[in-house]
Design a protein. Structure first.
Length: 154
C-alpha cells in the first residue's frame, strides 16, 4: 500500500518570522505548490487520512488536498521539527494506505535514511526541496519496501 510523505511547500522567510516559527505560513509560491501537490497526490492514489506537523506551513500544504477529498487534517507532533524519527516511523507503519503525512526538511532525510537501513529500496534520486514528495510502498507486515521521490511542482 502507498503512503505519501510530503515536505511542506515554500513558506515565508524564517528570519522575518523569528518570533514564532511554528506560525510561519506558506508564501504565494508555496500556495501554488500546495494546489499542484493536491492534484499529483490524488492522481497517485492519496485518499487520506491527512496528517501534518502542528506547524502552520505543514497544515497549509495539505489544505487544498483536504478540500478536494472533503476530509480534515489531523495534527501530529511526531511530524514536527527536531523530533526523533522512531515515533514518526511508528506512525507511518500504522497509518492506512493512501495516507498523506506532511513534515519538515530536518525530519524527512532522517526518515528515509532510517527506512533504507531497515531494507527499503530507494528507487530514485533523493528529493529534499520544499514541496517534494516521497511515495512509500508498505508491505502487509508494515515494513517499507520501496521509496520513490518526486520533485516539487514548479
Amino acid at each position: 500500500m502507498k503512503i505519501f510523505l510530503v515536505r511542506h511547500a515554500k513558506a515565508g522567510d524564517r528570519l522575518h518570522n523569528a518570533h514564532d516559527d511554528r506560525k510561519r505560513p506558506l508564501s504565494k509560491p508555496g500556495w501554488a505548490q500546495a494546489e499542484a501537490l493536491a492534484e499529483s497526490l490524488i492522481a497517485a492514489g492519496a485518499t487520506g487520512p491527512l496528517l501534518a506537523s502542528p506547524f502552520v506551513r505543514c497544515r497549509q500544504t495539505l489544505e487544498p488536498l483536504a478540500k478536494r477529498l472533503g476530509i480534515d487534517i489531523v495534527r501530529d507532533a511526531c511530524l514536527a521539527e527536531a523530533q526523533p524519527f522512531e515515533p514518526m516511523l511508528t506512525l507511518m507503519e500504522h497509518t492506512p494506505g493512501g495516507s498523506v503525512l506532511c513534515s519538515h526538511g530536518d525530519m524527512i532525510p532522517d526518515m528515509i535514511a532510517g527506512l533504507e537501513r531497515r531494507g527499503c529500496a530507494i528507487t530514485t534520486l533523493p528529493q529534499w526541496k520544499k514541496g517534494s514528495v516521497w511515495m512509500l510502498e508498505r508491505a502487509d507486515d508494515a515494513s517499507f519496501v520501496t521509496a520513490e521521490a518526486w520533485p516539487p511542482p514548479s
